[in-house]
Design a protein around this ligand. Structure first.
Ligand SMILES: [Zn+2]
Ligand SMILES: [Zn+2]
Length: 259
């Protein structure tokens, strides 16, 4: 079975997917508007837009406290105060806060694929809604920006899925959004299977911030938006660069975390 059919099992969902892929953007928005709201997980017709149906909701593992106060790694038991996980204690990350909405796998992973290959705006809005809850009191001067893709990937895919999520999240948080603050200067190899040190080496120097953008960053709070948080090497490299360029606070928020 193809990925696309696995993601959208019902016929109506597949028809909509065909429309989304073939038609130009303005027509797609018109179609989104005209068709009834659907569950972003399975495509079944729903009463309200951007929300899971009951059976999809039951399949998603939402992350919540008790967790590491810095990186949001879930703990099995309540720990008093502002507890840190072993990894954050041993090697404090360069970001000031990391949060992820759900555990990666099954339906939450399917949604990431769907967003990557079909520009599912409903899925992006739904993800942003769950991510916004992780930042109940965002800094006043917060600027939201995505983790960048290399231009060769952008060229192949035509858009960065983290831009879609980031734009929806910025709207939810009522903070400005910059779609391309950071640039990826070279393609990085797949990080899967590499150890922590090799991952850090692979992304070292892979990101840049232009002189013009530097003014936006100095003394400011930044929020990096990612679709999936895997090892953290990419967001750590972006956070380190922003801190070197004078950012006051750097947070990272992802839809899903590989646990
Ligand atoms: Zn569903
Ligand atoms: Zn931690």
């Amino acid at each position: 079975m193809s990925d696309m059919h696995r993601l959208l099992p019902c016929r109506a969902g597949r028809d909509k997917m065909r429309v989304m892929t073939i038609w130009p953007a303005p027509l797609r928005y018109a179609v989104d508007f005209a068709l009834p709201p659907r569950c972003p997980g399975c495509g079944c017709v729903q009463a309200s837009a951007d929300a899971f149906c009951q059976s999809c909701w039951a399949q998603i593992v939402f992350l919540a406290a008790p967790w590491c106060s810095l990186c949001g790694l879930p703990f099995e038991h309540e720990v008093p105060g502002e507890p840190l996980c072993g990894a954050c204690l041993a090697d404090p990350p360069r970001y000031d806060l990391l949060r992820s909405a759900v555990s990666y796998g099954g339906l939450s992973a399917d949604l990431v694929l769907k967003l990557k290959y079909s520009r599912g705006l409903g899925a992006a809005r739904m993800m942003a809604g769950h991510m916004a809850r992780l930042l109940p009191d965002p800094p006043k001067d917060l600027l939201v920006t995505p983790v960048p893709l290399h231009w060769t990937r952008l060229f192949a895919r035509t858009y960065n899925q983290s831009v879609l999520i980031g734009a929806a999240l910025a709207r939810r948080l009522d903070r400005p959004f910059h779609p391309a603050l950071l640039r990826r200067t070279r393609r990085t190899p797949p990080l899967r299977g590499l150890g922590a040190k090799a991952r850090a080496r692979a992304v070292q120097g892979a990101f840049a911030l232009s002189e013009r953008q530097r003014e936006r960053v100095e003394g400011r709070a930044l929020l990096l938006v990612d679709d999936v948080h895997t090892s953290g090497a990419t967001s750590a490299a972006c956070a380190a660069l922003l801190k070197r360029r004078g950012a006051r606070w750097v947070g990272v928020v992802a839809w899903a975390r590989v646990l």
